[in-house]
Structures are given as structure tokens and as C-alpha cells.
Design a protein around this ligand. Structure first.
Ligand SMILES: Cc1cc2nc3c(=O)[nH]c(=O)nc-3n(C[C@H](O)[C@H](O)[C@H](O)COP(=O)(O)OP(=O)(O)OC[C@H]3O[C@@H](n4cnc5c(N)ncnc54)[C@H](O)[C@@H]3O)c2cc1C
Length: 481
């Protein structure tokens, strides 16, 4: 297949296979490219239709080192390194009155990319795997009428199916508009490490900056038009400059540089779809949920979502009897991911609030829900203090098949199920909790239990094993000590 065909909105260029396909992927961002590349390499017949390149708005974003595992999974790490994106080495953060320079771990780097260039690299990888890529802006009716067995909507915020079918719900108190401009400076930037992503909180919002070239940086202010006191009636440029002036560190860092383009406005409000799958369709990436840019995790989340959508669709087409299990699993995992991001974001916003009673911060910050760490530590102290173990299986524990994720398919595996963990648990920190909990009542000594576990489940890490044993007691899977 030649390079991506170009056509006008709503038109599809002729291709050797025409419009027919097994799976239609709509969108040209990381979620679409991940799903299309993986499904194609697993032998599926995929057609990806993305908006014409020229209509694509460019956004500079920061990718953390953890994106590498998805690049590896797709087999595109060398293409990403060859693309010449700016390597990033960490974050510099002025948040809630404290300054932190946070380098990434030794030997690891992230990437400062433009979304347009990242898409072009990823779509080339879809074609290299044998997938078809065409250019058009589709409507919901066109997508639903498409001659395909499954449709994946990965059209980001525009949500070609997500808007009419997904029942998108915006997070209350979390409306955010990003105003972004590009700045050029002659000479070095006065920063601890200019490759870093910069963050600064201020009374009315927060600022963010990433490098986009050797002498150029993007600088954004994130505001809420309902609560930020914006300069009225003087245009976006005046509003933008007035917000920058409210920050001390970023104002200092950009002193002496020139605004060369922008500001452009972006909606960065958080939302989640109440319905993520339907009859022959799934929503992937930002189409199903958007997390605050504060996390610098949107692209990684989109690739994870594209992978999970590919796995769910591959399972449904290979084993139709598991189709609804696979789609339900996909939706539950996506919703859980969003909930986790929401909790982390709220905690981070709580920590950043320079003026906690200001509505910008009061509406969005909240403490993360408590986890069971303290209970696990207390259980471990009881185990350590006991002269011997005397554990029994709790009466509400059952062992039952539940869906689980492998690289290409959703399978049913035996899990430990309780009313508190209805989806079941198999591994805790890499330790097989099902095997451990089954064996524990037979042993009075921890070393004997560990030996028996290794015989049944294979070599394991002792520290992780002990933590899982304490978790089993803390969560009430095992009673006594
Ligand atoms: C201000 C701001 C800052 C951000 N900063 C970061 C950051 O630092 N790090 C990070 O990881 N993430 C960041 N993000 C989030 C990140 O950009 C997204 O989460 C990520 O791009 C989502 O990928 P996606 O593939 O789901 O959607 P998108 O990247 O939005 O891709 C959607 C694709 O669908 C196409 N499309 C739309 N409608 C149609 C249609 N009808 N027909 C055909 N094609 C269509 C679009 O042209 C596009 O190619 C930021 C977002 C914002 C708004």
C-alpha cells in the first residue's frame, strides 16, 4: 500500500480493497495507530481512516519514559528514536510553594513531541505492518454504516461515535481551558535543565512549558473561565500575557524571549463516557475518557487504551462466545484507569493549591482515597510476632473463572473472588495469590509455606511473597495468624 491517500472530507480514495474491512479504526492519533498496528500485525484486516493531515492541529506534549513499553509492544521503538524528537530528562516543578527538580531514573528518557509528527511516525508504522490508512473526516452515520464487523472510535475529544452514543460526562468542577503560545529565545534558557517539562501553580490556575526546538518552548496557562479572574475584553493575547504575569518562576524563565505564535485555545476539561462499547463498536483513547494534562499521561493512556481495544476486538472475533466478556472487561478496565487518574489528579491539585479557598483549586483538589497499606503493615507485624501460623480460608472466598488480559487476547483464568473483590484477584506484586491462599492453611511455619509455594508456582521473590501473605490477612482472605 502506498503512503496515506489524501482525499477531501467525507471522500475515501480508491484502494485495492475498497471500503470493506474486518475492523474500521477511525482517528489518526496514538490510540488509533496502536490499535491498528497491533490488529494488523495479528493478521486482522484493518482500515484506518484519519482526518486529512493538513486539518490536524499541532500540540506539543511531553511523553514520560514509561511510554517505551508501548513502543516496544508495537515494535516501533527504533522508529521513535529515529524520528529525532527532543529527549526529556525530567520535570522542574514549582508547586504549592515548593520547588522540585525531578530527573527521570538513570539511563531513562522521555520525549517532547508534537502530536502531528508523532501521528505521522505511528501511521507510517501501521502501513509498514500492512494496514491500510486513508484520509477523510467521517460522520457518525458514515462510521455506523461502514461495511465492517467492528468499528473503533479513536477520534479523541471530537468523538465521532462517543458524542452521539457514549453519553460523555464532564467532571464537575474540572473545566479547564489551555492557552498555549510558542516563545523563542536567543541564548540559553535560564533553567536547571531545559529539556524538562515545567509546571507552576498560581492562585488562579497553573502554567506548563515544554521545549519544542533548540531555541523555542511552548508555554501554556491552564485556567477556568468560570473562576479565574481573566482580563476582560482585550482579546486572547492580553488574557494570556496577564495570566503569565501572575506566575513568578515562569515569568522569570521567559523574560527576554519573544512570543512568536499563539496563543491558541484548547479545551482540557476532564470527562468520561458512560457507555464505552456497543453493538459492533468501541471507544478508545480520549474518545472514551480525557485525563488532566497535569499527569503528562494522555498519550500513554491512549496507547494503553488502543492496545486494550485491540485485545478485546481480537478476542471477540476469534472467540465470538467471549465477545461480551471481552467488551465488558475493556470498559471496566478503562473506567478503572480513569478513576485512578482522577484520584491522583485531585490529590496533586490539592497539593498545588497556593490559595486553597480559591474556587479554581477548591473545586478540583481532593485527598486520594486511603489504600490498605497501613492494614498490610499491621498484618505483617502480627505474622512476624506469632510463634507459628494458624491460618484458615475465609468462608466468603471462592475460586472462580474471571476474565484476564494477555498480550493478544482476553482469557478466563481462575481467581480468588470475594464480595469485596468481585472481579477476582490472581497476582499481587507478581505473587500468585490463588496458590498462596490455598496453601497457607496447611503450614505452621512461613519458610515451609514459601517452599511449598515455590514448588507449586515456581521461583518467587521472598519479599513480595511476604507482602502478599500480609495482604491476604489484611484483606480478610485468610483468617487468624
Ligand atoms: C492542552 C493539552 C496538553 C496536553 N499535554 C499532554 C502531555 O504533556 N502529555 C501527554 O501524554 N498528553 C497530553 N495531552 C493529551 C494528549 O494529547 C491526548 O491524551 C492524546 O493525544 C490522545 O490520543 P488519542 O489518539 O486518543 O486522540 P487524539 O490524539 O486527539 O487523536 C484523534 C485523531 O482523530 C482524528 N479525528 C477526529 N475526528 C475525526 C473524524 N470525524 N474522522 C476521522 N478522523 C478524525 C483527529 O484528526 C486525530 O488524528 C494534552 C492535551 C491537551 C488538550
Amino acid at each position: 500500500m502506498p503512503a496515506a491517500e489524501k482525499s477531501g472530507p467525507g471522500q475515501i480514495g480508491d484502494s485495492p480493497h475498497g471500503r470493506n474491512c474486518e475492523i474500521l479504526v477511525v482517528g489518526g492519533g496514538p490510540a488509533a495507530a496502536t490499535a491498528a498496528r497491533l490488529l494488523t500485525s495479528w493478521g486482522r484486516d484493518v482500515l484506518l481512516v484519519a482526518r486529512p493531515d493538513a486539518d490536524e492541529p499541532e500540540l506539543s506534549v511531553s511523553l514520560t519514559p514509561s511510554c517505551r513499553k508501548f513502543f516496544d509492544l508495537m515494535g516501533i521503538s527504533s522508529a521513535i528514536e529515529a524520528a529525532g524528537f527532543i529527549p526529556s530528562h525530567g520535570h522542574t516543578v514549582w508547586w504549592g510553594g515548593s520547588e522540585r527538580v525531578e530527573p527521570f531514573a538513570e539511563g531513562q528518557h522521555g520525549w517532547q513531541v508534537s502530536t502531528g509528527r508523532l501521528s505521522r511516525v505511528m501511521l507510517a508504522a501501521v502501513e509498514a505492518a500492512g494496514g491500510r490508512v486513508q484520509r477523510a473526516t467521517l460522520t457518525a452515520d458514515e462510521v455506523l454504516a461502514w461495511p465492517a464487523r467492528v468499528r473503533i472510535d479513536a477520534t479523541g475529544r471530537s468523538g465521532v461515535l462517543a458524542r452521539p452514543l457514549g453519553r460523555r460526562r464532564y467532571e464537575p468542577g474540572h473545566r479547564t481551558v489551555a492557552l498555549i503560545g510558542h516563545w523563542r529565545r536567543r541564548g540559553p534558557w535560564p533553567l536547571p535543565d531545559p529539556s524538562h517539562t515545567l509546571l507552576e501553580s498560581y492562585a488562579d490556575g497553573w502554567g506548563w512549558s515544554v521545549p519544542v526546538g533548540p531555541d523555542t518552548r511552548a508555554l501554556a496557562v491552564m485556567v477556568d473561565p468560570r473562576t479565574t479572574s481573566l482580563v476582560k475584553g482585550e482579546g486572547a493575547r492580553a488574557v494570556y500575557l496577564a495570566e503569565i504575569a501572575k506566575m513568578s518562576h515562569l515569568t522569570e524563565a521567559f523574560r527576554g524571549s519573544d512570543l512568536i505564535s499563539g496563543p491558541s485555545g484548547w479545551d482540557a476539561s476532564m470527562y468520561v463516557a458512560e457507555q464505552m462499547t456497543g453493538d459492533g463498536w468501541l471507544l478508545a483513547g480520549d474518545a472514551n475518557a480525557f485525563v488532566d494534562p497535569l499527569s503528562s499521561a494522555g498519550v500513554k493512556k491512549a496507547m494503553a487504551s488502543g492496545w486494550l481495544a485491540a485485545v478485546a476486538v481480537n478476542t471477540a472475533l476469534t472467540q465470538p462466545a467471549l465477545a461480551s466478556t471481552a467488551y465488558d472487561f475493556f470498559a471496566a478496565r478503562e473506567r478503572a484507569t480513569y478513576t485512578q487518574f482522577l484520584a491522583l489528579t485531585r490529590q496533586f491539585l490539592l497539593d498545588g493549591a497556593p490559595a486553597p479557598d480559591h474556587p479554581f483549586w477548591a473545586d478540583r483538589g481532593a485527598p486520594a482515597p486511603a489504600d490498605d497499606r497501613a492494614a498490610v503493615v499491621a498484618a505483617w507485624e502480627r505474622i512476624r510476632a506469632a510463634s507459628h501460623l494458624s491460618l484458615s480460608l475465609a468462608p466468603d472466598v471462592t475460586f472462580a473463572p474471571r476474565p484476564a488480559l494477555t498480550e493478544r487476547a482476553i482469557v478466563l483464568e481462575e481467581r480468588l473472588v470475594t464480595p469485596r473483590d468481585p472481579d477476582g484477584v490472581r497476582f499481587v506484586d507478581g505473587v500468585d495469590a490463588v496458590t498462596l491462599v490455598r496453601l497457607a492453611p496447611r503450614h505452621a511455619e512461613v519458610p515451609n509455606l514459601f517452599e511449598d509455594y515455590v514448588r507449586s508456582a515456581g521461583p518467587g521473590d521472598l519479599a513480595a511473597f511476604l507482602k502478599t501473605l500480609a495482604t491476604a490477612v489484611a484483606r480478610g482472605w485468610l483468617l487468624g495468624v
